[in-house]
Structures are given as C-alpha cells and as structure tokens.
Design a protein around this ligand. Structure first.
Ligand code: PAF
Length: 283
C-alpha cells in the first residue's frame, strides 16, 4: 500500500503542487471533512481519472457548524483516513489545523446567493457562508485543475459551482454520483451516529424519495406529492422532516414540470439529521 504525503501547512501544500506543475502534471482536489467512507473514495477515483495527482483535504471546518450543531462530536479518525487514502492511491492529504486555516485576525466571509437560498439554508442559516469561505480558501491554496464534490450534498455542489463561476476561480467543478449501500442509503459520515433500528429506518429514506420522484414524473401535484413524502417519512420512523422539495436541477429554482428536476429532502432520526436527493425522471 502506498502512503500519501501528509502536509498540514499551506506553504508545504503549495511547494508540492508547484513541483508537480513543474513536471507538467494535472492536479485534482477532493475537499472533505474526513471520516472517509466509500463515497469519498469514489471521489478520489474520479479525481485520478481526471488528473495525474490527487490532493484530498481533511478539515472539519468550524465555520460551517452552528453553535447548536455537532462540531465537537463530528467523527475524527485521521490515521484511518490516511490509510484509506493510501489504498485509494491518493497522493497528498492536506490536514490543516484550525489556526492554519483561520489565523488570528481572520475576518472574511464569502456569501453566495442564488442556489444557497432555501432548503438547507432555512435550517442552517450560516452553513453555506462557511462552506463557500473554506472551499474558496482550499481552491486558492491548492489551485487544482479540477475539484470533485459529491451529489449527495446537492445544494452544496450547486453553491460551489456558483462560487467558482462568480469569482472566476480557474477550476473545473465535477459533480460525482452518490454512493449508496445495498439498501440505497446514501453514504454519509453521519451514518456512524445511527444505531441498528435507526439504520433500518434510514434505509427507507431513498425509497420514499424515489417513489415521490416517480409520482412527480407521472404527473402528481407537487405539494400533494411532497406532503405525502413527509407523511411517509414520519410513518417510517423519522421524527421530524425539515423539507421535501422539488427544484430545478441546475439553479435550484422552483421546479416546473418540463424542466430537469431534483427532489431534495432533510429529515431527523433521533439526534441525527440526514439529507438525500434524487433526480426526478424525465418523462
Ligand atoms: O462536504 C463536505 O465535506 C464539506 O462541506 C466541505 C465541502 C469539505 C467543506 O468543508
């Protein structure tokens, strides 16, 4: 098993990337918060199909967590993550400290409009500013040719695309399909919080979303179909549904029947908040 180079300073990251560029190599980046699972590893594979070198950042970004959220509890397992990256043949793990990313006196926040409105933002109002700020920093630190983001966090992917377009960041953003377990549950670091019973319930999430997307494609009214989906999630054992909404795939504007659509949802199982999304099949 090869072992990725592990660096925790921006200076060391830039020095290595400068060497690769000098040798004419393309660089791809996979930004993560660690606790790597098969979903992340699929992003590394896509990165290595697109570039000769793959950088994976592992940084639990405090600015995207609200004070009430799970920042302290968020799983951290660096040694295991580095082993997994070695097996996946990633070249470099960038593992900055909070002080390296946000040195004392740091005072900038990036606020993206457009696709960041509604959905997650209604429940996590500071989340996308935190994501946009850290992603802009990571992309400027590493200056990769391309960066890979999972469709699992679909609204985040749309926000990152908007950020790069609006700020002319010279990086291609690649969206990668969600990796699911044998029951269709989307891989997520937060699945680690679920006990056996919750896991069984969580596996109904994608089934209910797929059924609802199929009903929408077949002509069901939007509010009726999404209310039915919320009811079905509660009946399956979820305690609370934050939203189930159909949106236009690229802009996340409200969905109109003849445009490409995405059904997005967030729901609570105990203390764990799960999100998922599926394409609305075109008719
Ligand atoms: O999706 C994540 O893991 C994070 O939101 C990201 C993009 C690494 C920014 O911290």
């Amino acid at each position: 098993m090869s072992r990725p180079l592990v660096v925790d300073s921006v200076a060391a990251l830039r020095a290595q990337i400068r060497d690769w560029r000098h040798d004419g190599l393309r660089v791809a980046m996979v930004p993560t918060m660690g606790a790597l699972h098969d979903g992340h590893i699929s992003l590394v594979k896509i990165a290595l199909d697109r570039a000769e070198r793959c950088v994976v950042s592992i940084f639990v970004n405090p600015t995207q967590f609200a004070p009430t959220e799970d920042l302290d509890k968020y799983p951290r397992q660096l040694a295991r993550d580095v082993d997994r990256l070695g097996m996946a043949r990633a070249d470099l793990a960038f593992t900055p400290t909070v002080g390296e990313m946000y040195p004392s006196g740091f005072a900038t926040r990036i606020s993206v409009g457009g696709p960041s409105a509604g959905l997650e933002a209604d429940f996590r109002p500071t989340f996308f500013d935190g994501v946009a700020t850290v992603v802009a920093k990571l992309l400027l630190q590493a200056t990769p040719d391309c960066a890979i983001f999972g469709e699992k966090d679909y609204q985040q992917l749309c926000v990152v695309r908007q950020l790069c377009r609006d700020l002319d960041l010279p990086v291609e953003i690649i969206g990668a399909p969600t990796i699911r377990d044998a029951h269709g549950l989307a891989m997520s670091s937060r699945n680690a919080y679920l006990d056996e019973t919750e896991l069984r319930i969580a596996r109904q999430f994608n089934v209910i979303l797929r059924d609802t997307a199929a009903a929408l494609a077949a002509g069901a009214g939007q509010s009726h179909a999404t209310e039915e989906a919320s009811r079905a999630l509660i009946a399956a054992g979820f305690q609370k549904v934050d939203y189930v909404e159909a949106r236009e795939s690229l802009t996340l504007a409200p969905w109109h029947r003849n445009g490409e659509g995405r059904l997005l949802a967030a729901a609570w199982l105990g203390k764990t908040r799960l999100i998922d999304n599926v394409e609305i099949p075109s008719t």
